[in-house]
Design a protein around this ligand. Structure first.
Ligand SMILES: [Zn+2]
Length: 310
């Protein structure tokens, strides 16, 4: 019988609304209660704040830690500052920004921070997994992270199984992101876990208390959810964790194992560049009304696809 791999992941990105940290704490307590291990992608800005929350840090110690960029949606964001004609320049600026503290208001580099802060905070742990904010990764940025010791990407939509390319293992795109409104969620959940070798679920602790994603909340100060609504979401999570615990006990799934290097190499001849671009463009275009100019060319270079002549 196949044991399906299930990665339960959380993107931790809101460092303004203190209720987001409370939500994170309650989620961590639930995970402890059901002995479920998860992978937390944390931004540099949140890492700077977490040292003031020792109970949260203590509970995070039981889980895998990943990186969610230094400054998430602060502008210029990844797709803006890597949108340079020179691939090498985009790589170098990524190296600098991901190891620095970024001023949340001006977007300027201000001393050490980013992955350096996160690694100091969790000095006992290997931090080698990355998820790009809004799934908007950029190839020169990814290669900069590779130089900084990252081996696993959880942002792209290249294959339903993990695939290897240029030193990075690309995990499948999440089968489900946050909550659907109805009980279809559970039907979908079972279906995906049963039909796939590896499934990724993606949740946002800040969405338990903010009305919209951090990207929208940050510039527009979107309204918060009420206590009752937040508790209801936690109950839903508890129900899901009970299910996951049951599947684990039945040896049906393995929950958030340590990521491994994929054995399968990515077949770059089968990449649909337009589809990859469409996925990456969702956040830049919808949240920031920005359309990257050089991203297409960077993708062609990264996947060794020669541009066709028109
Ligand atoms: Zn995010």
């Amino acid at each position: 019988m196949t044991i399906h791999k299930l990665f339960l992941t959380f993107d931790v990105e809101d460092f303004v609304n203190v209720r987001s940290i409370e939500a994170l704490f309650l989620i961590l307590r639930l995970l402890k209660k059901y002995h479920v291990r998860a992978l937390f992608f944390i931004t540099g800005h949140v890492a700077e704040r977490l040292s003031s929350f020792p109970q949260v840090l203590d509970l995070l110690g039981n889980h895998e830690i990943g990186y969610h960029s230094s400054s998430h949606s602060v502008r210029p964001n990844i797709f803006e500052y890597t949108d340079l004609e020179s691939y090498q320049d985009a790589y170098l600026i990524s190296l600098r920004r991901e190891t620095s503290h970024i001023n949340p208001l001006s977007g300027e580099i201000e001393g050490e921070g980013g992955i350096k802060t996160l690694r100091k905070l969790f000095c006992q742990k290997e931090i080698e997994a990355f998820r790009a904010p809004g799934f908007s990764w950029s190839p020169p940025h990814l290669e900069a992270l590779r130089s900084l010791g990252f081996e696993y990407d959880f942002s792209t939509d290249l294959s339903n199984v993990p695939v290897f390319h240029k030193g990075t293992t690309f995990f499948p795109f999440p089968v489900l992101i946050d909550w659907k409104d109805s009980f279809n969620y559970y039907k979908d959940f079972f279906w995906f876990v049963l039909s796939r070798e590896v499934s990724v679920l993606d949740f946002h602790p800040d969405l338990f208390v903010n009305q919209s994603y951090w990207d929208s909340f940050f510039p527009r100060n979107a309204p918060q959810k009420g206590r009752r609504q937040a508790m209801l979401l936690l109950l839903k999570l508890e129900f899901l964790l009970k299910t996951i615990q049951f599947l684990k006990k039945a040896k049906f799934v393995e929950i958030t194992p340590k990521p491994n290097e994929a054995k399968i190499r990515l077949d770059t001849t089968r990449i649909d560049v337009e589809n990859v671009l469409k996925r990456i463009f969702v956040a830049p275009v919808t949240q920031f009304n920005y359309r990257p100019k050089f991203l297409r060319r960077h993708i062609l270079q990264f996947f060794d696809i020669l541009p066709t002549m028109h």
